[in-house]
Write a protein that binds this ligand. Structure first.
Ligand code: PLP
Length: 374
């Protein structure tokens, strides 16, 4: 039992010293890197990795060259991220004083929850959604209130969300747009209605470059709106860990004061700056992925009984009603094909498939056509 050791007595194990809410945390179910997957499957051919919404194309030559030639590995990063924030300000169209970068947007989610949600406080989200909201809330000792989305099209239950935000313990609402894993966006009108509650509204735009839709322009007009973005998906830099947020100025200042000063490495800052400079080329890849998503969606919809949900991101959610999708997922893995399977209620018969390169899609479809028989 975790808790306070009785005074003067020696704690019988360090577990007793752990904070009770930390002792209860469930580890985040993350995806595993390809070399580990290949080791595990004994496959040499290369796994088809469509399980983490990564960009299947390497970052552009300019970005790779900047990384290869980077000279300052022995120097600590600029804790104020001055150059990166300036580049991001230009990219996002907001002042640098409203921008903070993190080690992935995951770090910013974690920091935001930590500065607003304490033990006994409530964070609100609309499920199914990204697992980090639950994880960070648990680590902070808060309670995540999950308001289910419409089971047919995954639209928000605005009435339910507004009600969940009314209680005094509710501090923050976290919503992804496009949402992972359902692919749909939320509207500006919905965001504005949530802002009316006065609670902190976090719109996670990790897939913004794929959807082209943003509420960033609202940030300067509200002291309770945060927009989060990342270089992991569109810019192909998931391994370097760099994301950023657009914040009310006060929240940006508080985050800077509490964040670990060197969490975004020199290399990550430099690569993100070059990615912003080389965005025309990177956005060309984004257009390719959006185009290929449509082709993949049509092919998947041709599988017997499959339902493909419309997506504004770089992945597709596919439902196989009445099928044992856990078993289907296992058979795909045996063939070296990795997609995302969820045990989340309501998604047990679904797979989330990231948009890959045409050859990935070809191998995936060959396998699915064999495994999903009428
Ligand atoms: C992938 C993803 C992120 C995480 O991005 P990082 O910058 O790699 O930490 C954040 N939010 C959503 C909704 C995502 O799908």
């Amino acid at each position: 039992m975790p808790g306070k050791p009785r005074s003067k007595e020696k704690a019988s194990s360090v577990r007793e010293l752990l904070l009770p809410h930390i002792a209860r945390v469930q580890a985040y179910a993350s995806v595993r890197p390809p070399d580990i997957l290949e080791e595990e499957s004994g496959r040499e051919r290369g796994a088809v990795k469509l399980d983490a919404n990564e960009n299947p194309y390497a970052p552009t030559a300019r970005v790779r060259e900047a990384i290869a030639a980077f000279p300052h590995l022995n120097i600590y990063p600029d804790p104020e991220q001055a150059h990166l924030r300036k580049a991001l300000a230009e990219y996002a169209g907001l002042g640098p004083e409203r921008i903070v970068a993190g080690a992935g947007s995951d770090e910013l989610i974690d920091l935001l929850v930590r500065i607003f949600v304490g033990v006994g406080d409530v964070a609100v989200t609309a499920t199914p959604t990204f697992g980090m909201y639950r994880f960070s809330t648990q680590v902070a000792g808060g309670r995540l209130v999950e308001v289910p989305r419409d089971p047919d099209d995954f639209s928000l239950d605005m009435h339910g969300l507004l009600q969940a935000l009314q209680g005094g313990a509710a501090k923050i609402v976290l919503l992804a747009s496009p949402n992972n894993p359902t692919g749909n966006t939320i509207s500006r009108r919905e965001v504005e209605a949530l802002l009316e509650t006065g609670r902190l509204v976090v719109v996670d735009e990790a897939y913004y470059e794929f959807s082209g839709e943003s509420v960033a322009s609202l940030v300067p007009h509200h002291d309770n709106l945060v927009v989060l973005r990342t270089f992991s998906k569109w810019a192909g830099l998931a391994g370097l860990r760099v994301g950023y947020g657009l914040f009310p100025q006060e929240v940006a200042a508080t985050l800077c004061a509490v964040k670990p000063p060197y969490s975004v490495s020199t290399l990550a800052q430099a690569a993100a700056i070059v990615a912003v400079e080389d965005r025309q080329a990177l956005l060309g890849t984004v257009r390719t992925l959006v185009h290929d998503r449509e082709g993949l969606g049509k092919a998947l919809a041709g599988l017997p009984g499959a339902r493909v949900y419309p997506s504004r991101a770089n992945f597709l959610l596919v439902r196989f009603p009445g099928r044992d999708v856990a078993a289907l997922n296992r058979r795909l893995r045996e063939r070296g094909i990795y997609v995302r399977y969820f045990t989340t209620p309501g998604l047990e018969d679904c797979l989330r498939i990231s948009v890959g390169q045409p050859e990935d899609h070809r191998r995936l479809l060959v396998a699915l056509r064999e495994e999903v028989k009428p």
